[in-house]
Design a protein around this ligand. Sequence first.
Ligand SMILES: NC(=O)c1ccc[n+]([C@@H]2O[C@H](COP(=O)([O-])OP(=O)(O)OC[C@H]3O[C@@H](n4cnc5c(N)ncnc54)[C@H](O)[C@@H]3O)[C@@H](O)[C@H]2O)c1
Length: 333
Amino acid sequence: MKNEHLNHPTYQVDDADRSPAMSRRAALTSGMFGAAAAATGMVTARAAMAQEAPQGELSGKTAFITGGARGIGLASAEEFAKAGANIMLFDIASGSMPNVSYALPTASDLAAAQARIEGLGVQCMTYQVDVRNLEDQQAAMQQAVDRFGSLDIVLANAGVGHAGAFDSVTAGEISTLYEVNVGGYIKTTQAAVPHLRAAGGGRIVYISSGLSRTGNGVFGVYGATKWAVNGIAKSAAMAYGRDNIMCNVVAPGLVRTPFADNEAVLGVILPDASNPTFDDVSAAIASGSTLGIGHHEVEDIAKAVMFFVGEASRQMTGEVMDVSYGDAARNLA
Ligand SMILES: NC(=O)c1ccc[n+]([C@@H]2O[C@H](COP(=O)([O-])OP(=O)(O)OC[C@H]3O[C@@H](n4cnc5c(N)ncnc54)[C@H](O)[C@@H]3O)[C@@H](O)[C@H]2O)c1
């Protein structure tokens, strides 16, 4: 794997801040452990130079976000940063993935996401690897704890999609969907719990989907992985409630990101239209939706995520919050 991120020259270490952990990290970014870093993924850490760190509800906290290079993950990271949290963005950022039909972000997108978070005045590290690898998630979280002092908030968000009925999905696609969307979320939980326990408690927010609330003829396998996410969150809530670790789900409807705004997804939602656009699909959903809107923007989802990491939800766990233009009103219970 290329190691472009290690070339970022801007990691600043003041003498007053030269703790053993900081020295190790500085060595990491200056190349002393470059080979080891390349083997386990890419890590960057730059001191936030742009402005004073914002003081807010999450000041002094550290948030770890899987799938943070773009979309819902990045928008949530921005909400956390505005509330004062330091951030680790964890993302495969590989441009593409076998068995996934749309483009993924690249290393430069991840670097741009880091710059965006730093522009908000907090510190931001990135780690470019795959949620399917438990050891990499553990290593990334350890780096975040070494640098920022604790891990308090985890957003399990990295996911991949698939459009097509059961009779059209390949064995490889099924494996990839389950390994990323289910296995990845379980591994995020496994890696996070020891750190959250050590911090005296914390929050895990899982992103599932409106497709976790009902069956769907053309998103069946993807939807099944998202039903599983709700199960993971509820079981984690029961397992770790006495550790003061709150585990909740945000279940979005259609959201304007490259995950949804691609030919495969738009084509199965509007099969009779020729080359439907995201706005065509949104208009079709809006015509039958409770709120008369047919999609959400990433900021709408990020605000729901923010609720589950803030003081207002401190005694809530095992919940699933729908953000799906009012589709929750149609759920049986
Ligand atoms: N966009 C929607 O309409 C929508 C609706 C409901 C739920 N969701 C869910 O929201 C989450 C985020 O989706 P999004 O719309 O922001 O999509 P996105 O494709 O814009 O972002 C997903 C991010 O996850 C990363 N990622 C994917 N596989 C990974 C892996 N194996 N390891 C590490 N990183 C990986 C990608 O590189 C990308 O940055 C997903 O779990 C998705 O299932 C999306």
